[in-house]
Ligand binder design. Structure first.
Ligand code: KG4
Ligand code: ZN
Length: 340
């Protein structure tokens, strides 16, 4: 059988990414141009800067993805592109670029939901420790934790999702980024907090955990405010010990609640495995907290595939392509797109 090759394009937030994936599971190339340095002075993503940077990078990123995969546009079966959720201006750059390429080359265009993409990293073969590498049976439970999302999702089959719970306020990654700023740690906050926490005491501060009994929803705003109250009296004179202890205590509070709800849902729905996805799933404390509470396998992706990338969009696009999903030329971006 001829291999199925799909080019994925992703520009929903601050990474301009393109990748070629074969048969939905083999990464031929995975190119990411990160804007982290561009947004670092603002402590978060600055939307106007993001779309301009996508425009500047996309040609080169796509060309590099094709050349690293040793394929030309003529070797592709389709182009998969993220059309939401994300920043409207950023999404538009990728979608318009993909439309242009598909139209010029007479290739099918497959629309991909960014969140669904985060789930499909687990179908990619990576050989990494803890990775599922496609050995998956439904039903599955997916915890998607990123800068923009915190969703606990039951997946009964390809394309079949039930969102069991979401955050009522800040996304987990957003909480990491905001608390990092309070502690004068660099952006992005997740890795910075994880690093600071390594030398801190997770029991130093008894920070609030929003357990929200009877629901699978999350809330991190109370926790964030509690950290703010503790640091405010010190201004910019926070001692390194306090930073380390607060980072460790905050990380423990976030990961504990995420892990507890995930474990409850895994049991309630009798899932075959748990998948951790999104930028925050790079966090070692979270991985350990979830694994400690689970009897079924807990799969994680290698670090480069936890954060935004286009290989996951191409992998998801392959399943959608095989299911006959095609976008019309009138496809528009959907910044508030959800999983359903
Ligand atoms: O999935 P992602 O790249 O982008 C979104 O779709 O939002 O996730 C980025 C988020 C940021 O908030 C970042 O601080 C967080 O993931 N993150 C982490 C870690 N690495 C990245 N959070 C906690 N621990 C980490 N090691
Ligand atoms: Zn993402």
């Amino acid at each position: 059988m001829e291999p199925l090759r799909i080019l994925g394009i992703e520009t929903s937030c601050d990474e301009t990414a393109a990748a070629v994936v074969e048969n939905g599971n083999t990464i031929l190339s995975n190119v990411i141009s990160s804007q982290i340095a561009l947004h670092a002075p603002y402590g978060g993503v600055f939307p106007e800067l993001a779309s301009r940077a996508h425009l500047e990078a996309i040609d080169t990123v796509v060309a590099q993805a094709l050349s690293e995969a040793h394929v030309g546009l003529a070797d592709l079966d389709a182009i998969a592109v993220t059309y939401g959720p994300g920043l409207p201006g950023s999404l538009l750059v990728g979608l318009n670029y993909a439309k242009g390429l598909a139209l010029a080359r007479n290739l099918p265009l497959v629309p991909v939901n960014h969140l669904e993409g985060h789930a499909y990293v687990h179908w990619l073969k990576t050989g990494a420790a803890g990775a599922a590498d496609g050995k998956l049976e439904f039903p599955l439970l997916i915890l998607i934790v990123s800068g923009g999302h915190t969703d606990l999702v039951l997946m009964r089959g390809h394309g079949q999702y039930e969102v069991l719970g979401s955050t009522l306020d800040d996304a987990a990654g957003e909480a990491f980024d905001k608390v990092a700023r309070m502690l004068h740690l660099p952006y992005p906050g997740g890795p910075a907090i994880e690093q600071a926490a390594a030398t801190g005491n997770p029991n130093a501060y008894d920070l609030p955990r929003a357990r929200l009994p009877g629901s699978y929803n999350f809330s991190f705003s109370g926790l964030k405010t509690a950290v703010l109250r503790l640091v405010q009296p010190y201004g910019d004179k926070l001692r390194p010990r306090m930073v380390a202890d607060l980072a460790a205590s905050f990380q423990a509070a976030v990961t504990e609640v995420l892990a507890e709800k995930t474990a409850q849902a895994a049991q309630a729905f009798n899932v075959r495995a748990v998948l951790l996805s999104g930028g925050v799933s790079a966090n070692t404390a979270l991985r350990m907290a979830v694994r400690a509470r689970m009897t079924v396998p807990v799969y994680t992706a290698p670090l480069a595939l936890c954060t935004d990338n286009a290989a996951m969009i191409a992998a998801c696009g392959t399943y959608r392509f095989q299911a006959g999903v095609r976008a019309g030329w009138d496809l528009d971006v959907e910044p508030g797109l959800r999983l359903a």
